[in-house]
Design a protein around this ligand. Structure first.
Ligand code: FAD
Ligand code: FES
Length: 260
């Protein structure tokens, strides 16, 4: 659905990342973890400047959704100018979302950078089901650390890795994934983050028969399966492709070939 949302709150998380609270009651009522919205500033008439963002959380009672936005280029720079009380155009909720019906008492979340956003909404629902949740997050450095403490407040056990070693385990979060598996703790995983990380995690999990789901953040234009900009190859399906926006963004471990 297309909804004009009002900006309730803008908060700068670090110089490149801001969090937005948007009043969008229809989208908030329908949203599920792993789904996303396409956002467009009403300041521009350019239809190509709609950009995808995961729904980090919803407040169904007040009709609000929460987004975490990292500025990387033209579209996100325009959104970075948003002020409280501005209005913004939202298309969503889009995509399939995570499957929450999994047969494991403990699940692991693996997130890198802004890839932790859909995992928060997911963690909330999994904790409400009574599951134990281990959240493993990787960042470039402690200065880029985002919202990890909010996962602790949900009752998740949180592990951090930083590439520069400024906090937690030094190096890639992938090392923590391997360690958890080697210790016999990893039974089911959900992952979201840059393609380079997801490709490694997906390959490792598939090779070791660890079931789970990956949430891809491919480049998108339409968000509804029409333009084919976001497609990825289905593994072992003779060149058949899936639209990340419509068939995903969540896929089972080993289901798709992850580029990048
Ligand atoms: C389903 C989904 C959920 C997402 N959730 C979030 C989120 O919660 N928070 C968030 O900050 N971002 C998220 N993204 C990524 C976000 O959509 C892009 O960063 C944004 O579209 C970039 O727009 P831009 O015009 O600023 O950048 P552009 O000017 O289009 O590109 C600037 C640079 O960023 C690179 N880039 C653009 N899009 C992507 C991408 N999807 N992945 C990797 N590199 C990219 C380009 O290659 C280029 O180098 C999500 C993407 C998808 C598909
Ligand atoms: S973004 Fe157009 S088909 Fe996915």
């Amino acid at each position: 659905m297309l909804e004009t949302a009002s900006v309730v709150k803008v908060q700068q998380e670090n110089p490149m990342v801001l969090s937005l609270t948007l009043h969008a009651p229809e989208i908030a009522a329908a949203a599920r973890p792993g789904q996303f919205v396409m956002l467009k500033s009403l300041e521009t008439f350019d239809p190509l400047l709609r950009r995808p963002f995961s729904i980090m959380d919803v407040d169904k009672e007040n009709g609000d959704i929460f987004i975490l936005l990292k500025v990387v280029g033209l579209g996100t720079a325009l959104l970075n100018n948003l002020q409280e009380t501005d209005e913004i155009s939202l298309l969503g909720p889009l995509g399939n979302g995570f499957d929450l019906d999994v047969d494991a008492e403990t699940v692991h979340l693996v997130g890198g950078g802004t890839g932790i956003t859909p995992l928060y909404f997911l963690a909330k629902e999994l904790r409400a089901q009574g599951k134990k949740v281990v959240a493993m997050f990787g960042f470039e450095s402690v200065t880029a650390l985002l919202h990890a403490e909010e996962f602790s407040m949900l009752g998740c056990s949180v592990r951090i890795a930083t590439m520069d070693g400024s906090m937690g385990c030094p190096g890639s979060i992938y090392l923590l994934v391997k360690r958890e598996f080697e210790n016999g703790n990893l039974k089911y995983l959900y992952a979201c983050g840059p393609n380079s990380l997801l490709r490694e995690v997906d390959k490792y999990a598939a090779a070791h028969e660890i079931p789970g789901q990956v949430c891809l953040e491919s480049k998108m234009v339409c968000g509804i399966g029409a333009c084919k900009v976001c497609t990825c190859a289905l593994a072992g399906k003779d060149g058949k492709r899936a639209s990340v926006c419509k068939d995903g963004p969540v896929f089972a471990i080993g289901e798709v070939e992850i580029d990048g």
